[in-house]
Ligand binder design. Structure first.
Ligand SMILES: [Zn+2]
Length: 295
């Protein structure tokens, strides 16, 4: 039986100073690369939504290899080149165009991009353990993937916001993008669902679910579930673990709240003999890619 390929995208956008952090992290592909990738997969596989793929596999109706295009985090630029294909989107319940606050990673990248103080940086008042800070221009990779980002990821949401506020003051940042410029709105998600695309849950605020207590975990999942329910009246419904973080307790909670399957960020294709539906692997699609990895 042919395997199921689930591709994971975040943003499709041109490389500009505004988007450089995303390319550095690997969560953006240019429109040219995206179209080349789609063309390559489209020649070999049939694009379907995640629910359709799993239903076809369960019914044995998958003579051809199937491919699912997933887009995480609800960026509006993901739609510019892709709506003619069936999409599976995983927006974040509290970070839509309708809301006020950016997701923490978008806030952090915006600070890096809009910083006026870009060198001679000393954050010892915020992070005493780090001795040297490279200039943002000379070593963006350090800022995007290095100790500041790693530290930020460990903080609970309130502290994260507090840290970013202080960081913004230190780096002298006058403005950051508004939600309307980055994310899809609830209304657009509902329209997309009506035209055959699939909307799944991706948490309320994109917290790593393995770091939360049971109440916080339920709040994250319930908000995500409600967003999916205003888009789709029917089951089954999909979840996608923020940052791919899950454990037994998280899987149990995801099931309890009412999700029917969930995507991870482990790499590989899924086949029906992999019994669980709660860690569907996905291929992380980057701007640098090699077709041989998918053969
Ligand atoms: Zn995400």
């Amino acid at each position: 039986m042919p395997p199921l390929y689930i591709l994971m995208y975040h943003r499709v956008c041109a490389y500009t100073p505004d988007t450089a952090c995303y390319f550095e992290r690997g969560t953006a592909v240019t429109p040219e690369v995206f179209l080349r990738q789609i063309e390559w997969f489209g020649r070999r596989m049939k694009f379907v939504t995640l629910t359709d793929a799993l239903q076809k596999i369960q019914l044995g109706d998958n003579k051809y290899p199937l491919c699912v295009l997933t887009f995480d985090d609800g960026y509006q630029d993901s739609l510019l080149y892709a709506t003619q294909y069936p999409l599976t989107l995983f927006p974040i319940a509290n970070h839509l165009a309708d809301h006020q606050t950016l997701m923490f990673i978008d806030h952090y990248y915006a600070l890096l991009h809009h910083a006026q103080r870009r060198k001679d940086i000393n954050l010892s008042h915020l992070l005493p353990n780090i001795i040297e800070y490279p200039s943002i221009d000379k070593n963006l990779c350090w800022w995007v993937k290095g100790p500041v980002k790693q530290y930020l990821q460990t903080l609970p949401i309130k502290q994260k916001i507090g840290f970013l506020t202080q960081l913004g003051e230190y780096l002298i940042v006058q403005k950051t993008p508004r939600n309307q410029e980055l994310y899809l709105s609830q209304q657009t998600l509902q329209q997309l669902a009506c035209s055959g695309h699939q909307i799944g849950g991706h948490g309320q605020t994109h917290q790593r679910l393995t770091t939360l207590n049971l109440n916080e975990l339920c709040a994250e999942l319930t908000a995500a579930y409600h967003l999916v329910k205003v888009c789709h009246s029917k089951s089954p419904i999909a979840f996608c673990y923020p940052d791919g973080a899950y454990n037994k307790q998280v899987i149990e909670a995801v099931k309890q709240v009412g999700f029917n399957y969930a995507c991870s960020v482990e790499s590989g294709f899924w086949s029906a003999d992999m019994k669980t539906l709660f860690n569907l692997p996905r291929f992380f699609m980057r701007n640098e890619w090699d077709e041989k990895n998918y053969l």
